[in-house]
Design a protein around this ligand. Structure first.
Ligand code: KIV
Length: 278
């Protein structure tokens, strides 16, 4: 934001104040150009640790490092003028305890310029969230399916069916009590997500958690259809960019092989035409 710009960036208290009003719109981004597009339409731009799978081809989010989050976080902050950037804390950067979490969260904020972080976990992370929020680190929590625990959970399953429901409810209440300004509910049955949304005073942001959440988040590459095979049930595709890109790359390859590209208009003549001469 420039000194004269009328645009005021969204901050954690603005998101907190949206509870029960208009839905909060969130997408991920990992680069400046995509952050600029997301910024025009969304309230929050999440630098998710999904960057590891989406951009770096990792099999899960477990191999994502602080350095990766800082690099992509800086790129996104450069492209976000209005929407609030939130940076995911990577696996292993906060679970040891509140001090480790503060050291790494403050580094993410100082080195990217983002005003908030997100971390996974409910009851067992409450002490850490309270420590961070008391020291100037706004925290978006993340409960339900927590992908960094994929090996403990035994897969990317729906979390919160039957007797597990009360555990997810307890996690959501614990992060609210600890001071989180909002909470992501991932792959939680829609009735339970609705109950949690009613019970909490902070906004819930759903992904695969039904329409009754206070907001929604998707991985931007998923909703743009950049992956041709990966089609999770909870993603609505708003474009088929993967297919369009595949067709464009095939057409380019054919043009190069047939010498149809580059044509004269893409090439520089040896002698400048008169009108171009200085
Ligand atoms: O890493 C990520 O992109 C996320 C969202 C899917 C919530 O955590």
């Amino acid at each position: 934001m420039s000194a004269t710009s009328p645009v005021r960036p969204v901050l954690p208290p603005d998101i907190r104040a949206r509870k029960g009003t208009t839905p909060i719109v969130v997408l991920t981004a990992y680069s400046t150009p995509v952050a600029r597009m997301v910024d025009r339409h969304c309230d929050i731009v999440l630098v998710g640790d999904s960057v590891g799978m989406v951009i770096h081809g990792l099999p899960s989010t477990l191999g994502v490092t602080m350095e990766m989050m800082i690099l992509h976080g800086r790129a996104v902050v450069r492209g976000a003028e209005k929407a609030m950037p939130v940076i995911d804390m990577p696996f292993g950067s906060y679970e040891e305890g509140p001090q480790q979490a503060f050291r790494n969260a403050s580094r993410l904020m100082a080195e990217t310029g983002a005003p908030a972080v997100k971390l996974e976990g409910g009851v067992h992370m409450a002490e850490t969230i309270a420590f961070l929020t008391a020291r100037g680190v706004p925290v978006m929590a993340h409960v339900g399916l927590t992908p960094q625990s994929v090996n403990t959970l035994g897969g990317y399953k729906v979390v919160g069916r039957a007797e597990e429901a009360e555990k997810v409810m307890a996690d959501a209440r614990a992060v609210e009590d600890a001071g989180a300004f909002s909470v992501v509910l991932e792959k939680v049955p829609e009735g339970l997500a609705g109950r949690i949304t009613q019970a909490l005073t902070i906004p819930t942001i759903g992904i695969g958690a039904g329409v009754r959440c206070d907001g929604q988040v998707l991985v931007v590459d998923d909703m743009l259809g950049l992956f041709t095979e990966f089609r999770p049930k909870f993603v609505k595709r708003y474009a088929e960019l993967g297919q369009a890109a595949d067709e464009a790359i095939a057409a380019y390859a054919a043009d190069v092989r047939s010498r149809a590209f580059p044509a004269a208009e893409h090439s520089f003549p040896d002698v400048l035409p008169l009108k171009d001469k200085p």
